[in-house]
Design a protein around this ligand. Structure first.
Ligand code: ADP
Ligand code: MG
Length: 173
């Protein structure tokens, strides 16, 4: 079995199709395994799309045993991975860039760990170009009657670091 056993199906560069929660987590696990210090992922998608499920997998891939959930009220959670920390943000409740300073985001963006930011797209300018946008979307038109729709997961790199990350994922997923 490949390292990606059970992961979402590869449909193009940085693009995947997930048919279940487990497949999304398995893809996240592969992604977590190729992250390095300073990588920044901005997860973008509607409520319930699967951003936190993907993050659960990323945490597993970094060797984190804790159960990950959206830090909607605490804004930030830190998990100690085997190689480095995972900084997990949920910026859903923020509506102004001036509030970002208090979240601690700027302290960890270029630090000793990887950042996963849910609802970060509204602050793309502040987060900067060294990021990878990860779009998670429900494909409602492709759902079987009464079933959960599959999810499209698409990584879009900005800058060289992001391209290297997509390359690393391509090599293993
Ligand atoms: N293919 C899939 N990928 C991810 N989640 C899925 C999938 N199919 C069903 N789900 C369900 O959709 C929900 C996604 O929730 P969550 O990850 O918390 O969303 P978000 O963080 O984007 O608001 C979970 O209940 C999950 O079990
Ligand atoms: Mg979430």
């Amino acid at each position: 079995m490949s390292a990606t056993g059970g992961a979402a199906r590869h449909t193009g560069r940085g693009t995947y199709l997930s048919s279940s929660t487990e497949e999304t987590i398995a893809l996240g696990r592969v992604l977590g395994g190729v992250l390095s210090e300073g990588d920044v992922l901005v997860l973008t998608g509607d409520l319930g799309a699967g951003k936190t499920q993907l993050t659960k997998g990323i945490a597993q891939g970094m060797g984190i045993a804790d159960d990950v959930c959206s830090p909607t009220f605490t804004i930030q959670m830190v998990y100690e991975g085997e190689r480095m920390p995972l900084y997990h943000f949920d910026l859903y409740r923020l509506d102004d860039a001036s509030q970002l300073e208090d979240t601690g985001l700027f302290d960890v963006l270029d630090a000793d760990g990887a950042c996963v930011i849910e609802w970060g797209e509204q602050f793309a300018d502040e987060i900067g170009d060294e990021r990878v946008d990860v779009f998670v979307s429900r494909l409602d038109d492709e759902a079987a009657p009464g079933e959960e729709p599959p999810r499209a997961i698409r990584l879009v790199a900005h800058g060289e670091r992001g391209e290297r990350l997509v390359d690393a994922l391509e090599a293993s997923a």
